[in-house]
Design a protein around this ligand. Structure first.
Ligand SMILES: [Zn+2]
Ligand SMILES: [Zn+2]
Length: 351
């Protein structure tokens, strides 16, 4: 084992501060990574603040990890020292169940090992995430990062990116489809970029007219303000697909009305109860509501390669680790365009 510096919280009402954690010595199948950047996901805040009632302390968050390989085990052939790599929301799974065999480790029937706050199979206790100097990860869960795009802006691809890319691919969004992206935050801004790169006609659906200009800069063809009933009526029954990134419970009925017959709205944001849905709205047009969570490792690599080919990265704001508590408060207020990324070198400096 080796002791490394990290940033974490000791209790649900505590600020994050510097602490030391243990990382395992690499096994034959492991890759050791020096972390350069880590994105700040809303889940990090939920876990630190125990919003999902399953947090184990200390919580060291971070599942949008970018770094360089420093050491590999003897069974590792696809990575070598110096490679630019990423680690997302998972660091292990059973590798044997039907979901794992179908490259859908996020649905592992025994439960995937999440990057933080999950049972650590090697050391006991729970896993620690990317707000740290270094991490050791099984080779099957390490991703290759294209060198031609800005490394720090690729960090959010590992969670926000794959969360929006996977449903667009699974529901086969293609050139000419009319796609609505609901909510312009960390997830929504990636949804717009991907849907646009796939050739769809992209409509940003937002409650705030002030976001129009930004949405168009990101690649939206149109902006639909959901509070404007008149405009919502005009677009009723016209969407092939809706990507709903709203992170909290809300009324989905107005969005269901936007779907064409047989079209689907996929939820990727709200992990909580939603307002009642009127059955008539679904029955009338054989419409569907579905959910989706991140993506498997194979698809995550496909997404990263797609980003390399199409020059897609996240829009980010860089911070030092010492500013993380302030950044959390700003994420809660949606005061970030669109993702904070921590420069992990700042962990080495005294503030
Ligand atoms: Zn996340
Ligand atoms: Zn499995």
């Amino acid at each position: 084992m080796s002791e490394v510096k990290a940033y974490g919280a000791q209790a649900s009402d505590a600020n994050l501060k510097e602490l030391n954690i243990e990382r395992r010595q690499i096994t034959a199948d492991d890759v050791q990574i020096e972390i350069e950047y880590c994105g700040v996901c809303h889940s990090d805040i939920h876990q630190v603040r125990n919003d999902w009632k399953n947090s184990k302390y200390p919580v060291v968050p971070g599942h949008e990890i970018i770094g360089r390989v420093t050491q590999v085990g003897k069974n590792v052939s696809n990575f070598k020292e110096g490679d630019l790599v990423g680690v997302g929301c998972m660091v292990d799974s059973c590798q044997e169940c039907d979901s794992c065999k179908e490259d859908l480790e996020q649905f592992c029937e025994k439960g995937a090992t999440l990057t933080y706050n999950s049972k650590d199979k090697h050391l006991g206790g729970h896993t620690f995430g990317g707000y740290s100097e270094q991490i050791v990860v099984d080779k099957e869960f390490v991703l290759s990062i294209p060198e031609n795009i800005d490394a720090k802006a690729t960090a959010p691809l590992l969670c926000a990116g794959i969360t929006t890319y996977s449903p667009l691919r699974h529901w086969n969004v293609k050139k000419g489809d009319k796609v609505g992206v609901i909510g312009l935050g960390g997830l929504g801004h990636m949804g717009v970029k991907f849907a646009s790169a796939l050739g769809a006609h992209v409509v940003m659906i937002t409650t705030s007219p002030s976001k129009s200009e930004d949405a168009k800069k990101l690649g939206a063809d149109e902006v639909l303000v959901s509070k404007n009933e008149e405009d919502m009526k005009k677009q009723a029954g016209s969407f092939d697909f809706l990507l709903n990134t709203v992170p909290v419970g809300h009324d989905m009925n107005p969005y269901i009305a936007l779907l064409k017959r047989d079209a689907t709205m996929v939820l990727v944001g709200a992990i909580e109860p939603l307002d009642p849905v009127h059955g008539g709205g679904l029955i009338g047009g054989r419409k569907r509501i579905a959910g989706s969570v991140i993506g498997g490792i194979k698809e995550t690599q496909e997404m990263l390669d797609f980003c390399g080919e199409n020059n897609i990265v996240s829009d980010i704001e860089m911070i030092d680790i010492h500013n993380i508590n302030e950044a959390f408060d700003r994420v809660v207020k949606s005061d970030v365009k669109y993702r904070f990324v921590i420069d992990m070198k700042s962990l080495k400096n005294k503030n």
